[in-house]
Design a protein around this ligand. Structure first.
Ligand code: SF4
Length: 396
């Protein structure tokens, strides 16, 4: 029997209401949903269908498209039909980039979710001083925002569809900017105003985002939003993302720093990693973040030591070989360790271990139990045999 104390390290997610987006649900007890966005022009029907399909096939669960004009909105109807005909239905969210309600209302007919940016609901201020808003002016504009938004809210509500209120730090409406500042507070107030409009119309299929390109701003804004919603008894799910994260290694690290920090706090129900690269490149990053945090397990978890002077084989090469041979499996933890000097516990209780034993030989472990010692050149083959013997192998 183990005398080790147990400590629950599972992330406790903030309680949110489930919001359906077609056949996918965001929030509630559902896994954190992975999203991305196609680069194709929505007027390019075949290109868009192919782009959506490509993303969906590699694990993107909700696909976003952009709708800058009425022609784009109408094209969505064709995209949807074609997608269902040649592939399958995929939940689609459309960005409506302005307060042109006609476009939004057309879009709402064809897809499952509409994303609006409160910062684009800007109305002329009655007096010339644009850097100050009296309470009356603030409220009068608020009333115009409500009137503009109402038909879309009613349409989505009546169709059982959903809306993302997507606040961006870089595009706050000026009355929010001048009243609350270019701050997380301004972002939160901006979202709350739209939430209240939706609630007054009995529409609750809402997902909220508070994106910024600077990680500390983004983290602060989401934390404040979650806190305010909890205080106000609002349980809307949050969509996490760092905008304009860039590309390459730093783009991935920056996105992860923001998204993972919040997820570790239990905040966040759907994520998008925004890279200046092909959208397909975003999906593995999303799944890696979720796997590293133990929120979703979609691939083999590899535990490998960094190697040191004691390492008994070429760790980098062997890890690569083990990964190539086993990466199609799911739900397994496999450890590759240069030696066993610090004991099997160092393997983080992996299901299987590949461990340097003596020069030219490695040991295979099942959990903490050493199963057999084999020559190094037979290591990967024998590891596969062991997994097969346990009936946990599937052919690639
Ligand atoms: Fe070095 Fe062994 Fe630790 Fe790997 S497991 S870093 S080889 S001591």
């Amino acid at each position: 029997a183990s005398s080790e104390a147990t400590f629950d390290t599972t992330i406790k997610r903030r309680k949110t209401r489930p919001v359906r987006v077609g056949n996918v649900t965001i929030g509630g007890s559902f896994p954190v949903v992975v999203q991305s966005m196609i680069n194709e022009d929505t007027l390019d029907i075949d290109g868009s269908v192919a782009g959506i399909r490509r993303l969906h096939e590699i694990g993107c669960e909700i696909v976003r498209v952009t709708v800058p004009s009425m022609a784009h909105a109408k094209a969505l109807a064709e995209i949807k039909q074609k997608l269902i005909k040649i592939y399958q239905d995929v939940p689609i969210v459309a960005d409506v980039h302005h307060n042109g309600m006609k476009i939004a209302l057309e879009v709402a007919k064809h897809i499952e979710k509409v994303r609006i940016n409160p910062g684009l609901y800007v109305f002329e201020k009655p007096n010339a001083n644009r850097s100050e808003f009296t309470k009356t002016e603030f409220d009068e504009i608020g009333e115009k925002v409500r009137e503009t938004l109402e038909p879309l809210v009613v349409s989505l509500r009546d169709q059982g569809k959903s809306m993302r209120i997507g606040v961006n730090h870089g595009s706050l409406a000026e009355r929010m900017l001048f009243t609350y500042g270019d701050t997380p507070e301004g972002m939160v107030e901006s979202a709350l105003e739209f939430i209240r409009i939706c609630e007054s119309l009995d529409f609750h299929n809402l997902v909220i985002s508070m994106k910024a390109s600077r990680v500390p701003v983004m983290v602060a804004a989401y934390r404040l939003m979650a806190k305010r919603m909890d205080e106000l008894g609002m349980d809307y799910p949050l969509h996490l993302g760092v905008t304009e994260a860039g590309d390459g290694e730093y783009g991935r690290i920056k996105s992860t720093a923001g998204i993972a920090t919040l997820l570790a706090d239990g905040i966040g129900d759907t994520i998008r990693v925004s890279l200046t690269e092909a959208p397909e490149k975003e999906i593995p990053v999303c799944y890696s973040i979720l796997q590293a945090l133990g929120l979703r397990k979609t691939m083999v978890e590899y535990v490998a030591c960094p190697s040191c002077g004691r390492t008994l084989f070429n760790l980098e090469e062997v890890l690569h070989k083990v990964r190539e041979a086993t990466k199609h499996l799911t739900g397994l933890d496999i450890a590759v360790m240069g030696c066993i000097v610090n004991g099997p516990g160092e393997m983080a209780d992996a299901d299987y271990g590949y461990v340097g034993k003596t020069p030219g030989y490695i040991s295979l472990y099942r959990g903490r139990e050493e199963i057999k010692k084999v020559p190094e050149d037979k290591g990967v083959e024998e590891l596969i045999n062991l997994i097969k013997a346990d009936d946990r192998w599937v052919e690639p």
